[in-house]
Design a binder for this molecule. Structure first.
Ligand SMILES: [Zn+2]
Length: 219
């Protein structure tokens, strides 16, 4: 997939190593260990502003703005510009793990209908998980051979923490990983290290993958 990028953008890290990112000819080049999430947040604010809530339209002070995952993270929504939108804290809280379309439905309901709606959405999400489905556009994702992505770091304690246990538990229950991994055009793993590790451990051959066609990473 192609992620939304501004015409111009530069990021310079403070580290000793040369961490750097820039948009050139509609491609995002990343050099070194740039924190990808932070980069996506910054680029999203550059693209979509930082003082209007997308959902309620209210003005928000820059320091109070938040970023919502349009397709919720716990349904596989990735942290990329296409899936991030600036909004106020109240809307972000209220939307919680609804997708945008579910949230729009929710906003039309009266308070007395909330409980049934929450239950319905919970049920719907559970069915999707059981079917190994994620809540994001089909064209964003593909199934790739897990073997082709090389993990650059050895599995260590850090990766056997909470996230690891959660991913293992998720796999046991649904025979899938909680969310697609994200890789650059040149095959560098950007997000989903734990998912990739667990997929490999569990012998999952084809791994759900979001390939960012206009992102190149040089480590
Ligand atoms: Zn709002």
């Amino acid at each position: 997939m192609i992620i939304e990028l501004p015409k111009e953008f530069k990021y310079e890290g403070k580290g000793e190593r040369r961490e750097y990112a820039e948009v050139k000819n509609d491609v995002l080049y990343i050099y070194g260990d740039v924190p990808f999430r932070k980069l996506m947040y910054n680029i999203t604010y550059t693209l979509k502003g930082n003082n209007i809530c997308y959902y309620c339209g209210k003005r928000v002070k820059a320091r109070n703005i938040t970023l919502d995952h349009i397709y919720p993270q716990d349904m596989g929504g990735p942290t990329i510009t296409n899936n991030l939108i600036p909004c106020c804290r109240d809307c972000n809280c209220e939307k919680s793990n609804f997708s945008e379309s579910e949230y729009k439905l929710f906003k039309k309901l009266s308070k007395s209908e909330y409980k049934v709606f929450y239950e319905f959405i919970h049920f719907k999400h559970e069915v999707m998980r059981e079917d190994g489905e994620y809540q994001l556009p089909k064209e964003w994702m593909d199934y790739e051979n897990a073997g082709k992505f090389i993990a650059l770091v050895e599995m260590d304690k850090e990766f056997k923490g909470k996230k690891y246990s959660y991913t293992k538990r998720y796999f046991k229950e649904y025979h899938a990983i909680p969310k697609p991994i994200v890789v650059s055009k040149n095959g560098v793993l950007i997000d989903g290290y734990t998912c990739l590790m667990v997929a490999k451990e569990e012998g999952l051959k084809n791994i759900p993958t979001i390939t960012l066609e206009n992102v190149i990473v040089h480590l």
